[in-house]
Design a protein around this ligand. Structure first.
Ligand SMILES: [Zn+2]
Length: 321
């Protein structure tokens, strides 16, 4: 589980609208042990006036190395035009899974401005979120997300549904990036974290380095019988499969009464992802990885709504583990 789950700050919506409170909130996350220099980490820092363009933004000077910095230096909010409260409320609304157009309406922003803000926050969260390392019992599966048709509601479409809908929904076969149905690889540890990746295609050589980077050797990996997973034992994993083609969705292999061979956990995750993406219209392939990374992060911190905001501020402004 990612470290930011430990953040327990009390936040009220009223506080988010007050810029002074937003600055307090940011400083507590950024410098929980007191303000220190971003260059040399010394805490021998003196206040050095305020930013001309934002009288609440404190400037500092390091007495050790002489570096000058302010509350925003080195963060995603450095040199940004909008007040901090607009950014924090936008982040809060992102945590509630509002679309860019809803956020624009709530904050009285132009839609393009809201989109630029949310994308820069998503990009920063993706860049700073900890990498997943999964072990024990893991499930692995692919799904397909429609991305690239602006104006069309995107949908995560399970590959077994693709077959039934072929007559109505275009060319047969598995999705690829080129077909505007990029495959998403999901790897989930039972009772643990998830890692999701947009892939250019579903080939063994594409998934092998990803699986190796995410799953500890020796873990037990459950998949369906798709051929790309056939070399898991050669890659150092124990491998169990369920055969969806013959209607098998779970199997009790050791005779203890529990059907322990299944991919139901990742299937459940796909339906959460499908619901999460639904309010967002026309996500492009260029932006989709940021939406996936954002959802991976909030899924792994296991928080929703108001309780999620401290984790989001923590990952954006807190020290990296
Ligand atoms: Zn310094």
């Amino acid at each position: 589980m990612v470290a930011v789950i430990a953040h327990q700050l009390e936040i009220r919506i009223h506080d988010l609208i007050a810029p002074e409170k937003c600055f307090d909130f940011l400083r507590k996350e950024r410098w929980p042990q007191g303000i220190c220099c971003p260059a040399c980490t010394s805490n021998r820092v003196k206040k050095n006036g305020h930013k001309d363009s934002d009288p609440l933004c404190q400037k500092y000077k390091c007495k050790n190395c002489g570096r000058r910095f302010n509350d925003f230096s080195g963060t995603v909010l450095a040199n940004k035009h909008h007040p901090i409260s607009v950014w924090i409320v936008a982040l809060y609304l992102m945590g509630l899974n509002m679309s860019n157009s809803q956020i624009a309406a709530e904050l009285d922003l132009d839609i393009d401005v809201a989109q630029t803000m949310t994308m820069s926050l998503r990009r920063e969260i993706c860049a700073r979120k900890p990498g997943c390392r999964l072990n024990g019992v893991v499930e692995c599966d692919e799904a397909y997300v429609r991305a690239g048709h602006k104006g069309h509601p995107e949908a995560v479409r399970r590959k077994n549904r693709l077959g039934r809908r072929r007559g109505l929904k275009g060319a047969p076969g598995r999705g690829t990036l080129a077909k505007e149905k990029p495959p998403i690889l999901g790897i989930i540890q039972r009772c643990g974290d998830v890692a999701i990746f947009m892939l250019p295609d579903v080939k063994r050589k594409t998934i092998e380095p990803i699986l190796r980077s995410v799953i500890e050797p020796g873990s037990l990996v459950n998949t369906d019988e798709y051929i790309i997973y056939g070399q898991l034992p050669e890659w150092g994993y124990e491998h169990k499969t369920v055969c969806h083609a013959i209607g098998e969705y779970a199997r009790d292999e050791d005779g203890d009464g529990f059907c322990e061979v299944h991919v139901n956990t990742i299937e459940g995750f796909w339906s959460l992802l499908r619901s999460w993406l639904r309010p967002h219209r026309g996500i492009s392939q260029e932006n989709l990885p940021r939406y996936l990374g954002f959802f991976e992060f909030i899924h792994n911190v296991r928080r929703r709504g108001k309780a999620l905001l401290p984790s989001l501020v923590g990952i954006l402004f807190g020290a990296l583990a």
